[in-house]
Unconditional design. Structure first.
Length: 256
């Protein structure tokens, strides 16, 4: 049973978005006139070569960076900074080492003024959701990388966001843990019904988790492309259509 509010929406609208940075005395355009609509409850993956603007776009959606031009709307309202309807999960979970798993997950709720008892009840729900009920009294130093990332996911979910923004959340994990965590993210997205935007370098991960994949080009490449991942869930990585989709995505980058 979810504790999330039934009134959430989580629709994202990106209009004519541009962002550039100064590099060696020149302007590097990482996003140019981008238009994008993300539906409520959709899982969108963003892929592309290094420097194409994946993380920049995610940070703009999160309200951590401002675009040079254009706008981002959440449920029709302009993004003007960070907001409680959005939660961000980074590659490093950034846990507070002096707090237990329970303390880390409940921390954001305490900052928002939620009474301690209520904060701990909600935190325990999400700790169970990510499969760490037996570790709520453990400290970060006692956790594996995959367990620490689960704590980070639970902490993000406790604030009951409409939109979950993930920046390479599994990139630092070993291969087997990464596969397990991909399964966990797919389950959490299905159960919690959040809108999920995932930045990843892993094309197979994008296919496994996303409804659509946004392919961002290098600065002088072709424009962004949206690819529908029309595969049944749960997804089988060995199934012929999955393999064909992986080959198609690799072809977007000239890979074989």
């Amino acid at each position: 049973m979810t504790l999330l509010q039934d009134t959430r929406r989580g629709e994202v609208t990106v209009r004519d978005l541009s962002k550039s940075f100064a590099l060696n005395g020149q302007r590097l355009n990482v996003l140019r006139n981008l238009h994008l609509d993300i539906q409520s409850g959709e899982a969108l993956a963003i892929v592309g070569p290094s420097g194409c603007g994946k993380t920049t776009l995610l940070r703009i959606l999160a309200g951590l960076d401002r675009p040079d031009a254009g706008e981002v709307l959440i449920d029709g309202h302009p993004v003007q900074g960070v907001g409680t309807e959005r939660a961000v999960i980074f590659q490093e979970p950034r846990l507070l080492p002096w707090l237990t798993v329970l303390g880390n997950v409940a921390f954001g709720l305490a900052v928002r003024g939620l009474p301690q008892t209520e904060a701990e009840i909600r935190a325990r729900h999400y700790i169970r959701l990510v499969g760490l009920a037996e570790f709520e009294t453990a400290y970060p130093r006692q956790l594996s990388g995959g367990m620490a990332q689960r704590v980070g996911i639970a902490r993000a979910l406790t604030v009951q966001p409409e939109i979950l923004l993930l920046d390479e959340p599994l990139g630092a994990l070993d291969a087997m843990t990464k596969l397990t965590m991909q399964e966990e993210l797919a389950r959490i997205w299905r159960d919690e019904k959040v809108t999920m935007v995932l930045v990843t370098h892993d094309l197979e991960e994008a296919i496994f988790l996303a409804d659509r994949v946004l392919v961002l080009p290098r600065e002088k490449g072709p424009g962004p492309r949206l690819i529908d991942i029309d595969l049944p869930r749960p997804r089988d990585r060995s199934e012929s259509r999955f393999v064909a989709m992986r080959k198609r995505l690799m072809g977007e980058f000239g890979l074989h």
